[in-house]
Design a protein around this ligand. Structure first.
Ligand code: HEM
Ligand SMILES: *[C@@H]1O[C@H](CO)[C@@H](O)[C@H](O)[C@H]1NC(C)=O
Ligand SMILES: *[C@@H]1O[C@H](CO)[C@@H](O)[C@H](O)[C@H]1NC(C)=O
Length: 323
């Protein structure tokens, strides 16, 4: 009698624990230490080779992990291809003509599968690729947690719903969107430091360089030279998110914000007279503080609503659910 009370109490407590928060106690750094001890080496060497060939690929792979995690959790959903009967997330507004790096993930998956078949999820390969990309471009390390499983589906509607904030976001919206997945304002400012690497399309920053007043005018003019005013012309022309060192993972993104050279409207929101100005200034002066906060926030982002246990599956091909 007494023991059944204890058991049901334990079950209720356990359920409440599992339902609370977004972080996952199940993920851990050593998840594959027996089943696939070489996973970091294998994914790392594929990513390093890809970044050596094209530096921007490091940025693209980091962003894939972000776009995976913000849409129904870090579950590999962003990797699923559209089919005749299914539309995934790849053509959603934040992704269409923008996210890239799928061939690198395919290559990593193939090599991981030949080392340890059927063991490592695509969602985990994305998380490791994000770390290896940042490392390859000179950024900080962190203890990647593993044990995520892959979704059997994806959601175009969720990817389009604003959970991934648009580049026109206000500071309040940015804070909100990160809060919604359990990331606080400091995490948001630190993770935005990802824009120290990579490129954006004209369509993402046109309104800023032609219409905003909180922008350095010389900088605006130089960006206008390759991003025509009229919608539809040069929409896919690229410009670096970090004005100074777009292929180095450093703190110069924040220095750019302090001098009103943020490329996206949303970037400049972080230093525009609001509550996050002082943190941006701290990061602009102190790369070590930025690196430490970025690393901690990447671990938190990787913890957003993963599938674990027997949920989901370990996909064989990152682009299609197992049949
Ligand atoms: C704070 C809210 C954020 C907004 C509004 C935002 C928005 C954007 C936009 C509009 C682009 C350019 C896309 C294009 O024009 O094709 C971009 C690129 C990028 N974003 Fe973000 N982003 C945010 C946060 C993040 C986070 C949290 C990460 C990673 C942890 C990240 C990583 C990147 C990277 C690395 C690129 C360059 C990708 C490449 O060159 O392929 N962003 N972002
Ligand atoms: C995605 O981009 C392609 C190529 O530019 C375009 O034809 C298509 O209409 C876009 N899809 C959506 C949903 O915006
Ligand atoms: C700038 O703002 C004006 C007035 O709101 C608007 O009509 C125009 O389309 C904007 N231009 C760009 C490039 O966003």
């Amino acid at each position: 009698m007494a023991s059944s009370y204890i058991i049901s109490f334990a079950l209720v407590a356990c359920t409440l624990f599992l339902m609370s928060g977004t972080s996952s106690a199940q993920l851990n750094h050593n998840f594959y230490s027996k089943s696939c001890p070489k996973v970091f080496d294998v994914v790392g060497s594929v990513v390093r080779a890809a970044v050596a060939k094209e530096k921007r690929m490091g940025a693209s792979l980091l962003r894939l992990h972000f776009h995976d995690c913000f849409v129904n959790g870090c579950d590999g959903s962003v990797l699923l291809d559209d089919t005749s009967s299914f539309t995934g997330e790849k053509t959603a507004r934040p992704n269409n003509n923008s996210i890239r790096g799928f061939n690198v993930i395919d290559d990593a998956k193939k090599k991981v599968e030949s080392a340890c078949p059927g063991v490592v999820s695509c969602a985990d390969i994305l998380a490791i690729s994000a770390l290896e990309s940042v490392l390859a471009l000179g950024g900080p390390t962190w203890q990647v947690k593993l044990g995520r499983r892959d979704s059997k589906t994806a959601s175009l509607a969720a990817a389009n719903s604003g959970v991934i904030p648009p580049p026109t976001s206000t500071l309040a919206n940015l804070i909100n969107r990160f809060q919604a997945v359990g990331l606080n304002t400091k995490d948001m400012v630190a993770l935005s430091g990802s824009h120290t690497i990579g490129q954006a399309r004209c369509t993402s920053f046109r309104a800023r360089i032609y219409n905003d007043t909180n922008i350095d005018s010389t900088f605006a003019k130089s960006r206008q030279a390759t991003c025509p005013r009229a919608t539809g012309s040069g929409d896919n022309n690229l410009a670096p998110l970090d004005v100074k060192t777009p292929t180095y993972f450093d703190n110069s993104y924040y220095q750019g914000l302090v001098s009103q050279k943020g490329l996206l409207r949303s970037d400049q929101q972080l230093h525009n007279g609001g509550s996050t100005d002082s943190l941006v200034e701290t990061y602009s002066k102190n790369p070590k503080t930025f690196f430490a906060d970025f690393a901690a926030a990447m671990v938190k982002m990787g913890d957003v609503r993963p599938l674990t246990g027997s949920a989901g599956e370990i996909r064989k091909n990152c682009r299609v659910p197992n049949s």
